[in-house]
Design a protein around this ligand. Sequence first.
Ligand SMILES: Cc1cc2nc3c(=O)[nH]c(=O)nc-3n(C[C@H](O)[C@H](O)[C@H](O)COP(=O)(O)O)c2cc1C
Length: 382
Amino acid sequence: MNLERRFPCITYMETAAKRRIPRFAWDYMAGGIGREKVLAENIERLDRVKLTPRYLADDANAPDTSHELFGVDYNAPFGVAPLGLSGLIWPCAAEHLARAAKTHQIPFALSGFATSSIEQIGGIGGNTWYQHYATIDRDINSDLLKRAQAAGFEVLVVTVDIPTATRRDRDIRNGLSVPPEFNLRTLFDIAKHPAWALAMLGQGVPEFLNFKPYLPQNISLAELGVHLQKLIDCHVSLTQLQWYRQQWPGKLIVKGILDTDEAIACVEVGADAIAVSNHGGRQLDAAENVLEVLPRIRAAVGADFPLLADGGIRNGLDIARYLASGADFVLLGRAFMFALGALGALGAGHAMNVLQSELRASMGQLGCPQIHRLPEFLTRVC
Ligand SMILES: Cc1cc2nc3c(=O)[nH]c(=O)nc-3n(C[C@H](O)[C@H](O)[C@H](O)COP(=O)(O)O)c2cc1C
């Protein structure tokens, strides 16, 4: 199959994924919270970022997408965002993405709620980041960090924007819970998507493998769900953030910050970077837009403090738009999930190729030779 020809951009992969995977899996991945206003705005707001091309410079025709973060030279200024339950979209999604990220020399962030374990991803190597979701038990939190460190993860991402259990209407209607409450409609949905169903048969039911060692063994799925719910408490206070800083010797990113004062607090606690994010419109349907808050947060933390950003990125030009607007690095979530849903394992590397080549082409059109110079091309925000 000529991948480039059939899937020249993420949009084609999105359409194919929607056809290929069951509705409940699509809804979980593509959907947002509430009336999905923030989800839509993430994309609309990006479209309104305008850049001015300049054609006459001597060095304009050989754009270089490589970029440094935390002393690591990456091939491109983007990475794979943490994605919980990614194994629902395609079996071993996290492993496919981690392998492709290693090949492409970009970072891969493993979600605490991943369906692949810390040890499985550590075995792949590459530039892996571990995204931690807190449990109520400090010993378990400490053990998870030790496991991540032992498995070679270099960066800890602490996500702070899930202070309480999330209510997403599509997931409630689809019975997507632990354990899943599937009915005839769901089974019919699965039957209508044989490629996905067959691939899933090989894997079995996706599990939250990272938490498995801390849960009682040999109990029913229903009992497991109850235990898991009792164990997880994703709320992270400033005191807890201080504790994570003391525990983790490597780089620390705080993900999900939108408030200037909280950004300053993260810097004071000793975070190495902040990921400015509204969680892809999945947590609060009145959350501020990242592009709107980015200049304020940049002014508060200073020019040299690394700021990551995410939300709504679907192509290389969107990456350029975020970087031109003041982000040092970006993360993509759904774009990679669409690719896996459409193409399975092949999708991971293909999406990375497409995004990097679109970014290079956009920089070429702008006349921008290097990533760090993109802000020079930001002209007008309507
Ligand atoms: C299916 C799905 C699962 C996610 N799971 C997590 C997670 O476990 N941890 C986390 O910090 N963010 C999670 N996110 C948010 C992403 O890391 C990222 O912030 C978001 O996807 C960016 O928006 P985008 O999907 O438009 O690129 C998830 C997003 C999606 C779409």
